[in-house]
Write a new protein. Sequence first.
Length: 271
Amino acid sequence: MNNTYFTSEELELKNRAFLLGDAVKVSFFVRNSQLIMDEECYFFLMASMRKMRMNIPLTYTLEFFQNLFNEKVIQERGITNGIINFLAYRNSDGITLSKSTISYFYEVDEMDDILAVHERPLELDIIKEINVNNNLLSNIRVHCPENIYAGIYAQENDLDDVILLNPNKRIARSTSGNLLFLEGNIIKIPKHSEGAYISPLLENFVTYLHKNNLADIQEHEIIAFESQKAEEILMISDEKGIFFVKKIRNKIFENSRFSELVEGWKNSFSN
């Protein structure tokens, strides 16, 4: 996996993203030298910026981002498959913060196919020392000290990631993505109101399953114990990609059914 980054202008060290985490992040996806789900990702970016009361530049149109990524990422760098993690942050140059200008930074993680499941399945556990909120800002990708703490906890305990609970002790998400729990023909997904991320990648996958009647998709309030009842678990991360979950504590999970579903979804995109 190769990594490269771009900025809207000369990057100043003293900026509000660096000092205060005053930024939002949204991923865009390149597959076979084309942007996919670009409208969904763009509207999620606009919604995230509005929630953070950012002064959205008039130039930030869908066409602006399509041209930007086609020129800088696909044509100039020759990226055929990868995830563009785009960060919009607020400057300190306005009379008020709500009128401050916006700059951006983005990096590209190149991979073989962003819709393919990563070869290495994950080992997770539930962290109970901290929880994540389930308010308006919990669903977008903003600075989150809980993610940092949980990520270090996972490393120290030889885990790939951890499952974060909300204040009601129900499953919200992992540090980097959303979790899907398969039981029979039912796929349970934590509700956004539980603290799950809004995810264009997840929503596209779920829409594919629903339209083709491949599974019964149910948004749920899921208690921690229910993770042990699932037959298979999938993690979808806009930032990192798609992963099978192999193990949570002493429970080993299969991946055959999700493997079929993801493969069908992947093949539904025109090459």
